[in-house]
Design a binder for this molecule. Structure first.
Ligand SMILES: Nc1nc2c(c(=O)[nH]1)N[C@H]1C(S)=C(S)[C@@H](COP(=O)(O)OP(=O)(O)OC[C@H]3O[C@@H](n4cnc5c(=O)[nH]c(N)nc54)[C@H](O)[C@@H]3O)O[C@H]1N2
Ligand SMILES: Nc1nc2c(c(=O)[nH]1)N[C@H]1C(S)=C(S)[C@@H](COP(=O)(O)OP(=O)(O)OC[C@H]3O[C@@H](n4cnc5c(=O)[nH]c(N)nc54)[C@H](O)[C@@H]3O)O[C@H]1N2
Ligand code: SF4
Ligand SMILES: [Mo]
Length: 713
């Protein structure tokens, strides 16, 4: 028998971030020996980043779970015992059903982490599983991320995921507020190969302007960058609206006939002058004025904001202002402006994803409003700890790590110990899943078929792509959709209060068809002409052309096909904003940071992604260090209202004075335990400092702009 397996190249896809790059993966038997960007991919055009190159590390990682495990013991003494799938599913179903039967539907909480959006099986079968649980305690990473975008889209356009995307390939003026696509590769804007697209933009004579309290990788390649004091973008964006409506009103294009409330917008921003914006944000009034003028004059211009703003205290107002700027300057639904995609599977238009709602119910303890059926994850800890009817006693997490990713993670860590039962669907023992009684590990990206139901919806070009699994799964492994199916069917069968038979039969049918079969059927329902057969014959993807302009009002999902420029909730929050006092200088404000080689909290077991210079430090301006007599490189204590951490500090001229920055997703060793991983990575969790009481009106955590003190350790 030949000992060396043959080398083969297969087409794959990277699911690690929203850029969904097409890959060429060279394999030898069961080993990945090379990863390249696929040049034939019509969306990613050959792009790949260091994480994509490392995608095989997850597949090969000996620390990754491949079979269900049951925890024996607690904390540092915990041991993990492998058990069979059948036994594991029964254990999970019996315990989830027991808690629900004894304490009611709300006693079971669920938390969905970020990789769910990147798995086809989660989108098809995970959603069905969540619907089968009638709990109000549904949580996800959405409320530490893009909730304001979804709420504003729901209020203004009538659907939580009808999100306009910057037409970056044709724009001539691009304002980026609180995003760092050079590191993140874009978000709510699927934009593989941002560097090349930016070069092309500049080649056309276009300009990019960045507003960020840190001179980021993106700011450094921009035509213009302004520091903005964390948490004050709202004043800048409202001042730009003020300039358009009060100072340049004669030059504005007509308000689209399908949009209501332009007069209210003008009234709302009447007091928000560029001078007020300067006082609040530190950005010069004249620059605010000029940027508003440039947006209006651009032949296709667009304002784009992301997590620096949506995970801030005024995320909803900011995202509303961004949409209003694009509408009033004539750039919504225009080439080079903000456009809506026309994907082969239109999960929005077909109603596959619901329109959303807001404040249909509230959280039990703090009375926080739901959005789209989810409560803010900042409320999860108190819902577990506070006794009474509806107290959370069991938790199911899927692909998430809220101990590291949500505010006051340290206290959540403690609260999880008090649960009656916890189950995690995850491929690692992490800071959160270590509390689970059972972990069910599904297959990973390279072992499953993929069609992207989410990110084609948000991409800067219309394309469609189906990539079959690169590797077959082992006989004793399960895909995530199979795990969701078993949990749902076995748990619901044990419930005392069961859904009507007809509903259960529909549910069973939906869970039994594979995701690939569902995609095949959904493609047939669409009007794109793309079929599964065509996709299989072109695994690099099918190009459906640039984003289309002139689709409104026809495609508006709202009843009556109208845009509401002045939703009540926003009107009320702008009044709250107007009452805020000018900031008192002197304190420090903490912001987040992403690096190209990090992937939220979970790729730190890859040697190639963690070698080289450490990058976990607190970044701080040299003047702020000098004022506190702190030496560059020394250990400092960072303290916020909720907690304190000790970490190395690194001087950086790139930070706005008064601002410090820590990346999230670090701080793996807790209680001195390295979880299931063998690699030690230095750093602390920024979310041991962030505050669950600091929320945007949507309920999104205000993770950025946290007041902190820094002193020598
Ligand atoms: N301070 C601060 N906090 C933040 C942020 C910030 O900017 N600043 N960013 C926030 C944002 S935007 C997000 S999205 C969240 C992310 O926070 P979470 O979604 O809670 O956590 P992740 O770090 O993405 O953890 C993902 C987990 O999924 C597992 N996993 C990976 N692939 C799979 C898979 O295919 N199947 C299954 N079942 N599991 C898998 C990994 O092992 C890992 O444990 O963090 C948020 N937290
Ligand atoms: N390499 C890598 N890529 C990723 C991820 C990752 O972990 N690593 N995570 C993915 C996920 S889940 C998401 S949601 C996206 C997020 O994608 P981005 O939104 O691009 O994320 P960040 O790089 O955190 O950029 C946020 C920027 O906001 C700035 N900022 C902080 N506070 C403020 C403020 O008050 N005002 C302004 N104007 N700016 C502020 C920060 O300095 C930072 O530069 O990235 C995705 N891509
Ligand atoms: S940019 Fe994102 S999708 Fe592309 S290779 Fe890197 S991590 Fe993967
Ligand atoms: Mo995210």
């Amino acid at each position: 028998m030949d000992a060396t397996p043959t080398r083969e190249t297969r087409i794959g896809v990277c699911n690690l971030c929203e850029a969904i790059c097409g890959l060429e993966i060279t394999v030898e038997g069961r080993a990945v020996v090379g990863v390249r960007g696929n040049r034939a991919d019509p969306l990613s055009r050959g792009h790949v980043c260091p994480k994509g190159v490392a995608i095989g590390d997850v597949y090969a990682d000996p620390d990754r779970l491949r079979r269900p495990v049951r925890r024996v013991g607690e904390g540092g003494d915990a041991r993990w015992e492998e058990i069979g799938w059948d036994e594991a599913f029964d254990l999970v179903a019996q315990n989830l059903a027991r808690v629900v039967n004894e304490h009611g539907d709300d006693a079971l909480a669920v938390y969905l982490g970020n990789p769910n959006a990147h798995s086809l099986g989660s989108m098809t079968h995970g959603t069905a599983m969540f619907k089968s649980f009638r709990t109000r305690n549904r949580y996800s990473a959405t409320s530490v991320d893009q909730l304001p975008h979804q709420l504003v889209a729901h209020l203004m356009f009538g659907h939580q995921l009808f999100l306009p995307v910057p037409d970056i390939d044709r724009t001539s003026w691009f304002l980026v507020v609180g995003a760092n696509p050079m590191a993140s590769n874009g978000s709510l804007m699927t934009v593989p190969d941002f560097p090349r697209r930016l070069r092309e933009l500049r080649g056309r004579g276009g300009r990019m302007v960045v507003l960020d309290p840190r001179r980021t990788e993106t700011a450094k390649v921009a035509d213009e960058h302004h520091f903005v004091r964390p948490g004050t973008d709202a004043w800048v964006l409202l001042a730009m609206l003020h300039v358009l409506t009060a100072e340049l009103s004669d030059e504005l294009p007509p308000v689209p006939a399908y949009a209501d409330g332009a007069g209210t917008v003008a009234d709302l921003v009447a007091g928000f002058t560029p001078e007020v914006a300067e006082t609040m944000s530190g950005m010069p009034a004249e620059d605010v004025r000029r940027l508003a003028r440039e947006l209006l004059a651009a032949d296709g211009g667009v304002v784009y904001s992301r997590i620096g703003v949506s995970a801030g205290p005024w995320g909803t107002v900011c995202q509303w202002a961004v949409n209003c700027l694009n509408v009033l300057s004539g750039n919504l639904d225009r080439v080079g402006g903000a456009l809506f995609t026309t994907p082969a599977i239109d999960a929005v238009g077909t109603g596959l994803i619901g329109r959303g709602h807001h404040d249909a119910w509230r959280s039990r303890v703090r009375g926080l409003p739901e959005t789209g059926g989810e409560l803010p994850v900042s409320a999860l800890r108190e819902e577990i700890e506070t006794p009474g009817e509806g107290q959370v006693r069991a938790l199911l997490t899927v692909a998430g790590n809220p101990v590291l990713s949500t505010p006051d993670g340290a206290r959540l860590d403690g609260a999880l110990r008090g649960l009656d039962f916890m189950v995690a669907v995850d491929i690692y023992v992490n800071e959160t899943t270590r509390h689970a009684d059972v972990i069910l590990p599904p297959t990973t990206a390279l072992e499953r078929d993929h069609y992207d139901l989410v990110f084609h919806l948000l991409a800067v070009r219309n394309t469609a792509r189906f990539t079959p699994a690169v590797f077959d799964k082992d006989a004793d492994q399960r895909h995530d959709w199979q795990v969701f199916k078993e949990i749902t069917l076995r748990t619901t069968a044990l419930l005392e209060r069961r859904a009507p038979l007809k509903k259960r039969l529909v549910q069973r049918a939906r869970l039994t068809a594979s995701p690939t079969l569902l995609v095949t059927a959904l493609l047939r329902r669409g009007a794109s002409g793309v079929t599964m057969a065509k996709l299989r014959s072109r695994p690099q993807g099918i190009d459906l052309g640039p984003l289309r302009a002139g689709q409104l009002p026809g495609r508006l999902p709202s009843r009556g096909r109208r845009v509401d420029l002045a939703p009540d909730l926003v009107v009320r929050d702008v009044a709250r904003l107007a009452a805020v006092d000018a900031p008192d200088d002197g304190g420090l404000l903490l912001i987040g940071r992403r690096h190209q080689q990090d992937c939220n909290s979970w790729m730190h077991n890859s040697a190639r992604l963690t070698k080289g210079r450490p990058r976990h430090q607190l970044l701080m301006h040299p003047d702020d260090l000098a004022a506190r007599e702190i030496a560059d490189g020394s250990r400092v204590r960072v303290t916020s209202r909720v907690g304190s951490v000790e970490v190395e500090v690194a001087a950086s001229e790139d930070l706005m004075p008064g601002v410090v920055s820590l990346p999230h997703g670090y701080g793996h060793a807790r209680d001195g335990v390295l979880m299931g991983r063998s690699r030690e990575v230095p750093g602390v969790s920024v979310n041991d400092l962030t505050d669950p009481e600091r929320l945007d009106v949507s309920g999104n955590a205000a993770l950025n702009g946290v007041p902190v003190a820094v002193s020598p350790a």
